[in-house]
Design a protein around this ligand. Structure first.
Ligand SMILES: Nc1nc2c(ncn2[C@@H]2O[C@H](COP(=O)(O)OP(=O)(O)OP(=O)(O)O)[C@@H](O)[C@H]2O)c(=O)[nH]1
Length: 360
């Protein structure tokens, strides 16, 4: 399998990171023009080396790293390192300016790196604390070792620390608001995608996701199995044991299906009422039959009494399956229609069984 199947979880927004990083790289280049008009002639080459030889390559390497599949776990420490690297290159250049021609290079650039890292690159609060601590200590040593800023040294140190502290407070506040927004968002998402009675995906989620899975199988030329599962004589069960027991039985059916369809890309959803749908990519007809047998057997093992109506005395379900490699003209609805017809057949044949049809 060369492609990854679409699963039911979200991913790190790496595109945003790349765009912001590219903007940061261009900002370094843009500032070069402004800085070069201020810097004394003899320092221009050193300045260009500090920007094009030391700062920009690190930004480019970080950008290239974003194409690595393990980029997400290393993003925060790597970002912290890049920001410190940019600041330290600035400090190094500041010292060279002072030592060589007594020129006072402005320190404010490092505040820009900090704020860019905090708010544009979304440095985590923990790494922002590391960054501020190391950055402030470095600046402290510079003003202690070199009288670059003269009697303004302490004021400037206070300014560097104070401004970063304000940034940290803002970052903390932002993180708190974002996390409460995310919580509210995931609650809303869950309400809109999850069936409250069973805790599995609802019809709305199924409608969207099944199309993705279907397109994936069509592109990859892989098999897809659609199962329609319906509890037998459920109206009689409800009438005989009450709606509450009926709800419990629907929830139990969902649990059985979840225990049997465990792969990340298997989609198990409540289709409506006591009917369930499963969209299972990469399942052969033999494997699909095996899964159906397991569902039927799971109900037999549970042995939930159902003596009302014309059933076997126990709760059971019927299953219709349609399985095959999607043809170019088929859509997911066609698979569901075939699975529905197979379900109809399983009911007509006496229930508590499955019926399977396959793509020619
Ligand atoms: N307890 C409960 N019952 C539900 C729910 N949704 C639908 N039902 C009931 O499920 C029953 C479905 O019955 P039918 O579609 O007639 O089918 P059946 O009695 O299961 O018969 P067969 O499918 O032919 O075996 C209806 O009585 C619905 O009221 C629900 O959320 N909870």
């Amino acid at each position: 399998m060369t492609q990854t199947l679409p699963t039911h979880s979200e991913s790190f927004n790496v595109t945003r990171v790349r765009v912001v990083l590219a903007i940061g790289g261009f900002m370094i280049l843009a500032f070069m023009f402004a800085d070069l008009s201020l810097i004394p002639q003899g320092l221009k080459d050193t300045y260009i080396v500090s920007r094009l030889g030391l700062q920009l390559p690190v930004v480019i390497v970080f950008f290239a790293l974003s194409y690595w599949r393990h980029f997400k776990p290393i993003y925060q420490p790597a970002l912290c390192f890049v920001l410190l690297w940019l600041s330290f290159v600035n400090y190094g250049f500041t010292v060279i300016c002072w030592q060589q021609v007594g020129f006072v290079f402005p320190y404010e650039g490092v505040l820009m790196y900090a704020f860019f890292g905090f708010f544009a690159m979304r440095l985590s609060f923990r790494f922002a604390i590391y960054f501020v601590t190391i950055n402030t200590v470095a600046f402290y040593f510079i003003v202690q070792l070199y009288p670059i800023y003269g009697e303004r040294s302490w004021v400037n140190l206070g300014f560097v620390f104070g401004a970063q502290l304000v940034g940290l407070v803002g970052l903390y506040d932002l993180k708190r608001k974002i996390s409460s927004l995310n919580e509210a968002n995931s609650r809303l998402k869950s309400l809109s995608e999850i069936d409250q009675l069973t805790g599995i995906y609802n019809r709305r989620y199924y409608e969207n996701k099944s199309k993705d899975l279907f397109s994936w199988c069509k592109r990859a030329g892989d098999t897809l199995a659609v199962f329609m599962v319906d509890i037998d004589h459920f109206k009689d069960f409800n009438d005989g044991y009450g709606h509450q027991k009926g709800d419990e039985t629907i929830a139990l059916q969902a649990k059985i299906l979840q225990q049997i369809f465990k792969r990340d890309w298997d989609l198990v959803a409540r289709y409506g009422g006591e009917e369930f749908v499963i969209v299972a990519p990469q399942l052969t007809s033999d494997q699909a039959q095996h899964q159906a047998e397991r569902i039927i057997a799971a109900w037999q093992k549970k042995a939930v009494e159902h003596t009302h109506g014309n059933g076997t005395g126990l709760v059971s379900c019927s299953i219709g399956i349609f399985c095959g490699v999607p043809s170019q003209t088929q859509n997911i609805e066609a698979f569901v229609d075939h699975a529905d017809q197979a379900l109809y057949q399983a009911k007509a044949d006496g229930r508590a069984r499955f019926c399977i049809t396959t793509n020619p």
